[in-house]
Design a protein around this ligand. Sequence first.
Ligand code: ASP
Ligand code: MG
Length: 409
Amino acid sequence: MARLVQKFGGTSVADVDRIKIVAQRVKREVDAGHELIVVVSAMSGTTNQLVAWTNQTSEMADPAEYDVVVSSGEQVTAGLLAIALQAIGVPARSWMGWQLPLKTDGAHAKARIQGIDLEQIKARAAQGEVAVVAGFQGATEDRRISTLGRGGSDTSAVALAAAFDAERCDIFTDVDGVYTTDPRIVARARKLDKITYEEMLEMASQGAKVLQTRSVEMAMNHRVRVQVLSSFVDRPGTMVVDEDEILEKQVVSGIAYSRDEAKITVANVSDRPGVAAAIFGPLADAGINVDMIVQNVSRDGQATDMTFTVGKADITRAVKVLEANRDHVRYERIVSSADVVKISVIGVGMRSHAGVAQKMFQTLADKGINIQVISTSEIKVAVLVAEEYLELALRALHSAYGLDAVDAA
Ligand code: ASP
Ligand code: MG
């Protein structure tokens, strides 16, 4: 007998028939004697629709009311799954975030979990009742509904798994695991049996959409064993585990990409102390995240260019902030471009191997692909290239690092 948390994403609960299939899957674990918390997302497409409605009602929607609206999709699926379970003889009860409660801070639309009360659920689970928890939502100190950011039901699931002392947290999604890269672009991408927390964290934050980044952070901090798998096939997925569970460490385990970046160049700023602070301080104050940064060597010891990336959604605001600060920064002009993509090669084996970055640069050079910005961390090398080269670059890098499946499907 074990305690398990199973989370079903939007495609797994997309309609009533699929919810019934999920109920059967949950029943199997219950019949095997396990104690279960099930976490559900909204039906696929629902949250997008709810977000669109709030935006149509007002572009400046009160975040607390935004949360009331966008959290509602999970209420529907939690109730339906509880009904489907009861209908096949499995005792089940649905739980909204405020009913547990799953307590969060007051940062609506991107709230952070502060604590979870599982007393009731634990007692009922011991009696064989399945808890069906609405993912993505919680409650603030003043008892308003909050949400954990898009994709947040992954984080709900991992947090519940930690609080429940679950042996494993299964995340059912529309892919059957974590791949070396996007299989829609690279046919020879391979499913990984295991990946380390650190690699998964980089993959998620560098653009792989399979898990919400915060859920991986939380899994890593609480050592929750996470499995990513599909509810449509009956196969083991990818386990996200501690580094010492992986015997053969790959130099590069995976290649992620993100189309969500945009590039900004502040041209001809003077090369003097304080310039970086003058550029990036106001951006930080405006809540704009800056990712990659390069500062050119100054041409004549005086003027230089500062190039960096921000989220595509922030580009207009970022340019406005810079223009508003022109008096402090003093630059010639701002050039921005959204036609870029960031490609990152990731692997814990990089720590002990030289030449990983060089292989990336050479491979891209051989294909005539120009690198616009570079950034690195201990287990990652990322480059910014023109968006039109995404597919070519991914395929070439996937081969160069020896990641291709031997017999391509
Ligand atoms: N339904 C929410 C979203 O689409 C949360 C989730 O599915 O993880 O962002
Ligand atoms: Mg998701």
